[in-house]
Design a protein around this ligand. Structure first.
Ligand code: ADP
Ligand code: MG
Length: 189
């Protein structure tokens, strides 16, 4: 999955001038990959089209180039995979499998409501990786909304407890790159 996308999204191909709220040097520093050695959680938060998926893939590309193993999936896909494993009685094996990757990228937290029990499954994975493996998480919504996203404030609090302990947070406040040629059609902000 990574290999198919590596050719397209790179740090060199990211126009930082378009997204001035994003500290370019902090992003470039991530490409040195110490966050992987430190098993940190990197959060990319911002509205649709601000480059969260692009940057997470580009950092994944850098990690692969450095010989690290990377897994990229949406939150919905990660939870569906865990739920299937649970039904088949192989949840522990599946969590162990996810823990083998040096970097786990979980894209699109907050776009889709999490299925019942999904937050609990994701917590088990996050807890297993906590202080052992790095993650990049992207979301269009702030941490205060995680209770709503995961449908369970207790699970959301437990998740954030792990995911904010050794964490780097990037808040992107710009407009959508997808819509850059249609700015005249958008409400002012
Ligand atoms: P998000 O995940 O935040 O919704 P994406 O990363 O998918 O946004 O970006 C949407 C599209 O715009 C992608 O094709 C991406 O490569 C491109 N893009 C976004 N921001 C930039 C940027 N600053 N420079 C170059 N391309 C960008
Ligand atoms: Mg995206």
């Amino acid at each position: 999955q990574m290999a198919r996308l590596t050719a397209v999204k790179t740090l060199a191909g990211f126009d930082f001038a378009f997204q001035p709220s994003l500290d370019k040097s902090r992003v470039i520093a991530l490409a040195e990959l110490q966050f992987i050695d430190r098993a940190e959680a990197v959060h990319l938060i911002g509205p649709p089209g601000t480059g969260k998926t692009h940057l997470s893939l580009a950092l994944g590309v850098e990690a692969v180039k450095a010989g690290r193993s990377v897994y990229f999936a949406s939150l919905a896909d990660v939870i569906a995979t865990l739920a299937r494993a649970e039904r088949e009685g192989t949840l522990r094996e599946k969590i162990r499998y996810f823990c083998r990757f040096a970097l786990l990228i979980v894209d699109e937290i907050g776009y889709l409501p999490v299925t019942p029990g999904g937050g609990n499954l994701f917590f088990q994975l996050v807890n297993a990786r906590y202080e052992r493996g790095a993650m990049i998480l992207t979301s269009n919504r702030g941490f205060a909304e995680w209770g709503e996203i995961f449908g369970d404030p207790v699970v959301a609090t437990a998740l954030l407890d792990r995911l904010l302990h050794h964490a780097v947070v990037f808040q992107i406040e710009g407009s959508s790159y997808r819509l850059r040629e249609h700015a005249d059609l958008l409400p002012e902000h």
